[in-house]
Design a protein around this ligand. Structure first.
Ligand code: ACO
Length: 402
């Protein structure tokens, strides 16, 4: 009998790397992270500069095309994106098939996957023009699809995109306006939304991006690949963490209960983890979390919220964890999700929509990475191997002998 485990390990050709902690799955020029130094660059530009000086469409252009746009190029790109913001009218009916209490991420997975059934002129991945149209469509339609998932859950009529608004303003309009009432978009809130989208735009080979690449490596169409990315993002260890952070802060309930929860997070016999803390790559403060914390204060100031108990709890949690031996030794720092939920809540975005916003922003990164992969001459179908740990070959037993 061949000992398969021995075979795999003794050939010397097999790397066993659960969670791919040290496996480079591709080469990429989109995003660079130095996790020890807490550095994040997109196409060579520091996230701090992009978040402070650009808007989301500029960053989308940068990720997709490799360079920051000139003013005329930016105008042209915005025109293309606004041209594609509507979704096919029949997709209204598609929403009707979901229960009203469906999680909006479930709706997003379904609707985005279904785009390939509606846009047959952008699913041939061998045609560069079709690939480009698919990229534009996805970036343009995600705010509409996400906002409609929310409107559907509220039983409110869908609001159509407004092409005179910026990307972030348009999303807020489709979320909060009604046919009876305009939504006056505050420039501070629109800027905060824009910044949040920039901070989530890409993050190299995380679980959802790797999922998009893996799905795309078989030649699947881009809409199907992005739907796969949305599914992967949904989990609480990934994009679902921002929703989990807010639930955790609500459960803690008061700053004087923080110590108990920190203790619980350190207990090896308790599966509880501090949500919004820790990162596979960052072993230092996540640079996005710093910008997010500053934005959180700006938003609360703008809205005149002087007393936000969840912010108080979050700040105390951060302080205690950063001074605690356990968190210092394991290099666990706040990640991008730690403060984003408080900002969303202040803007009026319901908790169930938090991960949808992440998906909306990350679509730019996913589709940029998908494009890069498809254009890579070395691209192969993704096909990891396994370390087999089941039974060795054995004799078949007929039913009456088992
Ligand atoms: N709270 C308490 N302990 C933690 C936490 C946490 N948030 N995160 C990690 N640890 C501990 C683990 O228990 C483990 O301890 P051990 O070495 O004694 O077994 C050690 O730190 C390493 O943890 P791993 O799970 O092996 O680290 P990994 O790199 O696989 O996980 C992850 C990273 C999933 C983000 C993890 O830190 C976590 O679950 N954090 C909470 C969820 C979260 O905030 N996710 C968002 C990530 S950012 C994003 O996706 C945008």
């Amino acid at each position: 009998v061949v000992d398969i485990r021995k075979f795999y390990t003794e050939t010397g050709m097999f790397t066993y790397d659960p969670g791919y902690t040290s496996t480079g799955s591709c080469s990429s020029a989109v995003t660079y992270i130095d996790g020890d130094a807490g550095i994040l660059l997109h196409r060579g530009y520091a996230i701090e500069d992009l978040a402070m000086h650009c808007d989301f469409t500029e960053v989308a252009y940068l990720l997709l095309r490799g360079e920051l746009p000139t003013a005329p190029k930016k105008t042209e790109f915005e025109k293309i994106i606004t041209y594609h913001t509507m979704v096919h009218e029949q997709l209204h009916k598609f929403y009707d098939g979901f229960r009203r209490d469906a999680h909006p991420m479930a709706v997003m997975c379904g609707v985005v996957g279904a785009l390939s059934a509606f846009y047959h002129d952008s699913i041939d991945i061998t045609d560069p023009i079709q690939r480009m149209i698919a990229q534009h469509r996805l970036v343009a339609k995600m705010p509409t699809i996400a906002a409609w998932a929310y409107k559907y859950s509220q039983g409110q009529p869908f609001m159509y995109p407004r092409n005179n608004l910026t990307y972030a303003e348009n999303f807020l309009h489709m979320m909060f306006a009604t046919p009876c009432e305009e939504y006056k978009v505050s420039p501070v809130l629109a800027r905060a939304m824009d910044r949040i989208l920039i901070l989530h735009a890409d993050h190299e080979q995380n679980a959802s991006t790797s999922t998009v690449r893996l799905a795309g490596s078989s030649g699947a169409n881009p809409f199907a690949c992005i739907a796969a990315g949305i599914a992967s993002l949904w989990g609480p260890a990934h994009g679902g963490a921002n929703e989990a952070v807010l639930k955790m802060l609500t459960e803690i309930g008061s700053p004087d209960r923080v110590d108990d929860f920190v203790k619980k997070a350190k207990d090896k016999n308790d599966p509880f983890r501090l949500m919004g803390f820790g990162h596979r790559v960052y072993k230092n403060y996540d640079p996005r979390a710093k910008i997010m914390a500053a934005t959180c204060h700006e938003v609360l100031d703008e809205l005149g919220i002087v007393d936000e108990p969840l912010l108080e709890i979050a700040m105390r949690l951060e302080k205690i964890a950063l001074e605690d031996e356990y968190f210092i030794e394991k290099k666990l720092y706040p990640n991008v999700d730690f403060y984003s939920g408080i900002i969303f809540r202040a803007i009026g975005i319901p908790t169930s929509m938090f991960t949808c916003l992440f998906a909306l922003a990350r679509t730019v990164g996913w589709i940029s990475q998908w494009k890069e992969m498809i254009e890579d001459p070395d691209q192969k179908i993704g096909r990891p191997r396994q370390l087999y740990n089941g039974a060795t070959k054995r004799d078949f037993l007929p039913m009456d002998k088992r």
